[in-house]
Design a protein around this ligand. Structure first.
Ligand code: 9MJ
Length: 759
């Protein structure tokens, strides 16, 4: 009981540090540990569970719709000022009504989120509701409980018995951008702006969805109060909120008179782009709460407060054209060229359309009238088309087939939103990036070839592709501005050194998509040379095991298990196929049994088969090269311009690049030229291994081993994965060495005899 309460108090505190102060005191892991301890206690003793427990943020049963909540005190909106003169009028009226010379105001940004009322009873969150029409809103208690910045229980003390706090729930711009990307990737229509995203995330009947969105909240006002008060001024109330663990805007200030208000509006306006939330203005509130009461309100808005708006960041304009840009990584991105339009002080004539799917989803066409918006520092984007204003004769936009910069094919990998230029090394748009990568430390490691130099070389058109680097001499480099003879000499020496690199580095340096260092090393080890890699088709990377028609995972496993459990069972005189069909293995039909018998002539051979061979599978022969990577590799080498660059790089005239031979365990080794430490050895494989059995079998065979299906006195080694059963027992009984995969790795890495037994 005491432990549960102590845990709750501690978790409330860390929650506050994390979400409100933005300054955690403990690691996420430590928080999780405390949280799990509390949940365990509450699960064992449900009576310990309290409604304000941190464990109760998500978990309310799903409602069918939101219940209506009538606000005890109406939730008003705000009157607007658009000019300095409007603010001066506002201040003049207030001074007149209050009969004073100077009025203090609390000034703060006006967030563009969703207004929410939080009702605390005895310091515990009892109800959360949307503003609705101001008189009644929707009960979103379960959803709001999931927001980390909303305390379920107030800190400290001294709060009114009933306290209604009001504020704005919002989604930070960065979180909004991430959410949009996720929704785009998931094929959903993304939210148009942070405000819609906040509203859409909160108004989710399933609180778990709300919980998955990083909503937060600033508290800025109050409604009903019973048995207590918040002090004499608005800033006293905000300070009290802060003390109770509620999140209050750090931008809130006290200013005096219209000049103070106007200066505040300017100052925040200058920083508007750098705030991590969307605002549409600033708010001024008479600071004295008694004065607020005297001034009262009109039908919908208080007389004592006003919003001074900023120019909108959404405008209507016309699309002149939709063009495609090629980025430094080859991404081909659609861009709308616009009739220039002013968006909150910034002249905008281009807007991103993200990708071709987006263009089609929004159906943006040249000639369309569109809404464009700009949020924070992000690139302006087209929000939607005003379809009523579409002129006749417009045509849907299509993805270009060829790169607008270099003319190479534009390709889009299956399931990817982004289309790319395949020009790679030779596309001018990608040239600098390709060179930077080629020269980088982990690639060709060309010392002294930095970004600035690459910039100069490309801009002066001295270098079209990486091979050109080797054609230039000391004189050419020394001619460049700010490049002494000494540095030029050093650079040429570095280039010379890089000629004797490794094949792995060279492959990595080519910048093939998805081919990182590890994959490049695996490719080099496997192919042993560039020629076999250039000649490789998809089936050099991926084995497409056809399998046996009608045999699925379960049947295959059941059959092999049966054989494993009956190591001596054999058909006698009967045909193997009939024997198989009559074993009583679930799902194994005679037609499939006949096919199996064609591929594996007897029970011993079949014992050596893998589930994947029976059910059919695609598997990779090289670590890290699955079907997608294999497609990138083959399409890279299929492009003639890439092959031309490679030919140039290997051309003896410029001083051929050569590399040291990599380790064994490769195609070449398999062909007989490599080490064969397992020559003459018979190996049996059993149990679950980290890689497909075929891949391991191929590896062992490359090392000279004969791989068979069952353990006998002729077996030299048993390679045993997890859950190795009868074969392992039999091997142990026969005194045969049992290896695990690590021991096998050690073997292929260089040792001639396995060093240690597994187990
Ligand atoms: C927003 N949206 O940030 C008020 N608001 O006060 C602030 N809204 C408000 N105050 C009275 N900071 C009614 C609305």
């Amino acid at each position: 009981m005491r432990r549960a309460e102590a845990l709750r108090t501690e978790l409330h505190h860390h929650n506050y540090c994390y979400y409100v102060l933005d300054n955690p005191e403990i690691s996420d892991a430590e928080y999780d540990r405390l949280f799990r301890e509390l949940v365990a206690l509450e699960t064992s003793y449900p009576a310990l569970r309290t409604p304000d427990s941190p464990s109760q943020r998500v978990g309310a049963p799903l409602g069918e719709r939101f219940a209506e909540v009538r606000h005890r005190v109406p939730m008003l909106s705000l009157g607007n000022a658009r000019t300095d003169a409007d603010v001066q009028d506002f201040d003049r009226r207030i001074r007149k009504d209050l009969d004073t010379d100077a009025v203090d105001y609390v000034a703060e940004p006006k967030l563009d989120g969703l207004a929410i009322s939080l009702v605390y009873e005895d310091g515990v969150l009892a109800r959360a509701a949307t503003r609705g029409d101001g008189v009644a809103g929707e009960d979103v208690t379960a959803q709001v409980r999931t927001i980390g910045a909303v305390p379920l229980r107030l800190q400290g003390g001294g709060w009114p018995r009933l306290l209604e706090v009001r504020g704005e729930v919002y989604l930070p711009i960065a979180a909004f951008e991430r959410l949009r990307e996720q929704m785009l990737e998931a094929g959903q229509t993304p939210f148009k702006n942070p405000r819609n995203a906040a509203a859409g995330s909160l108004r989710q009947l399933d609180p778990a969805v709300t919980a998955s969105r990083p909503l937060t909240m600033f508290c800025y006002g109050f409604g009903a109060l019973e048995d207590g008060d918040l002090g004499a001024t608005q800033q006293d109330a905000l300070a009290a909120f802060r003390g109770w663990g509620l999140r209050v805007s750090p931008e809130s200030r006290v200013v005096t008179g219209a000049p103070g208000c106007i200066a505040y509006h300017r100052a925040i306006g200058e920083r508007r782009d750098r705030l991590d939330y969307e605002i549409d203005g600033v708010v001024f509130k008479v600071s004295d709460i008694a004065a607020q009461r005297r001034l009262g309100h009109r039908a919908r808005d208080p007389i004592w407060a006003i919003a001074y708006k900023y120019p909108p960041r959404e405008e209507q304009t016309v699309v002149r054209a939709v063009e495609f840009q090629v980025g430094r990584t080859g991404a081909v991105t659609p861009v709308a060229r616009l009739e220039p339009v002013d968006l909150a002080g910034v002249r905008v004539s281009n807007a991103t359309l993200h990708n071709i799917d987006e263009v089609h989803r929004k159906d943006v066409r040249a000639g369309d009238t569109v809404i464009v918006r700009r949020a924070g520092d992000v690139i302006p984007e087209v929000v939607t088309v005003v379809e009523q204003l579409r002129p006749r004769g417009t045509r849907p936009v299509e993805l270009p087939k060829h790169c607008p910069v270099c003319g190479a094919d534009v390709v889009r990998a299956e399931g990817e939103a982004v289309a790319r230029c395949s020009g790679g090394l030779s596309c001018a748009a990608q040239r600098k990036e390709a060179l930077r990568h080629f020269a980088s430390r982990r690639a060709m490691d060309i010392d002294g070839l930095g970004d600035k130099l690459i910039e100069q070389l490309v801009e002066r058109d001295l270098v079209q592709d990486p091979a050109d680097l080797y054609r230039l001499g000391v004189d050419d480099y020394a001619d460049l501005p700010r490049m002494g003879r000494r540095s030029a000499q050093n650079l040429v020496e570095a280039l010379d050194r890089s000629r004797r690199s490794t094949l792995a580095r060279f492959i990595y340096a080519l910048g093939i998509r998805e081919v990182g260092e590890a994959t490049a090393a695996a490719l080099a080890a496997h192919f042993q040379g560039l020629a076999p890699l250039l000649a490789a088709g998809i089936d050099s990377f991926i084995v497409d095991e056809p399998g046996i028609a009608g045999v699925g995972e379960k049947t295959a496993a059941a059959l092999l298990e049966w054989l494993d459990a009956h190591p001596d069972a054999a058909p006698g005189d009967e045909p193997f196929a009939d024997w198989l069909a009559e074993l009583g293995v679930r799902g194994l039909r005679p037609a499939a049994a006949a096919q199996i018998a064609e591929r594996w002539p007897d029970a011993t051979a079949l014992r050596g088969a893998a589930v994947a061979e029976l059910r059919g599978a695609k598997h990779s022969l090289i670590d890290g090269v699955g079907p997608i990577v294999a497609a990138h590799i083959t399409s890279f080498f299929a492009q003639s311009h890439n092959r031309e660059v490679i030919d140039k790089l290997l051309d003896p005239d410029i001083g051929a690049i050569t590399w040291q031979a990599p380790a064994a365990g490769s195609v070449a080794a398999k062909a007989g030229s490599g080490r064969q430490p397992l020559a003459g050895k018979t190996v049996v494989i059993t149990g679950t291994l980290s890689r497909p059995r075929e891949a391991i079998k191929a590896r062992l065979e490359a090392l000279g081993a004969k791989v068979t299906g069952s353990v006998s006195s002729k077996t030299d080694y048993l390679l045993a994965g997890a859950d190795a059963g009868s074969k392992r027992a039999k091997a142990e009984a026969l005194g045969i060495r049992v290896l695990d995969e690590a021991a096998l790795m050690a073997l292929t890495a260089g040792g001639s005899e396995p060093a240690a037994d597994a187990g």
